[in-house]
Ligand binder design. Structure first.
Ligand SMILES: [Zn+2]
Length: 234
């Protein structure tokens, strides 16, 4: 028996002993299904936001920050498929769920023929210690796939999150941008000038995190800011 045959048998045995389960509903996945079963794919609450008509996520940011447009892929509900997926993405090491969402949303954008060009995709950062503990930023894969589909640059090191500190003195204000609390920070400010930036997060609820990050990015000259999230509350 060849090695590849043995490996295939072991794989099948492994699948019987430890079947792959749907991260939306815990049902067993069958051949051709990945991460999500066919029923969950049909039932998942898509927002059907596009980048032209105004939607509820735009309204979250009215009078708070000057954004061009915002959109989310899914509706986040107290229980159900989306909540389960986000939980597995954030707390159970299932980073690939971010890839799934990014490809899903990214191909939607592509088919919509959006009337502007994104230069740079930036994920909302985690604090270094938190990221080390989790092993990854749960938004990175999502942002990376969006950048791929939009033919834009992906950068997850430009915007950083620090531990809570008070605003530093203005001595180096030309060298860095930060929010009022000094929580989010950009050092290489030149990288932002004259760019159309898509800032990306997992779930938009109050919009406070996006607002803080957005305010930092908007300190750069001639920046147009767009927002995208995996999910938003209704
Ligand atoms: Zn399912």
């Amino acid at each position: 028996m060849t090695f590849s045959k043995i490996s295939k048998i072991l794989n099948d045995v492994n699948n019987i002993l430890f079947p792959h389960l749907c991260f939306g509903c815990n049902a067993r996945l069958y051949r051709g299904e990945k991460l999500l079963c066919t029923i969950c794919r049909d039932q998942i609450p898509l927002t059907e936001h596009n980048f032209e008509a105004e939607n509820e996520v735009d309204k979250v940011f009215y009078g708070r920050i000057n954004i061009q447009k915002a959109a989310a892929l899914l509706y986040f509900e107290e229980e159900g498929i989306v909540k389960n997926l986000i939980h597995h993405l954030k707390y159970r090491g299932q980073e690939e769920i971010g890839t799934l969402f990014g490809d899903w949303f990214g191909s939607q954008f592509k088919s919509q023929d959006i009337p502007f060009k994104i230069d740079l995709v930036i994920p909302v950062p985690l604090h270094r210690r938190k990221q080390k503990k989790r092993g990854y930023n749960q938004v990175s894969k999502f942002a990376e796939r969006l950048a791929f589909h939009l033919d834009a640059e992906f950068n997850e090191t430009l915007l950083v999150k620090r531990a809570h500190t008070k605003t530093q003195t203005t001595k180096d204000r030309w060298l860095r941008y930060q929010d009022q609390e000094g929580q989010f920070l950009v050092e290489n400010v030149r990288e932002l000038h004259n760019k159309s930036i898509l800032l990306v997060d997992d779930v938009i609820t109050t919009g406070a995190t996006m607002e803080s990050c957005g305010k930092v990015l908007l300190q750069a000259e001639n920046v147009r800011l767009y927002l995208a999230a995996m999910a938003c509350v209704r």
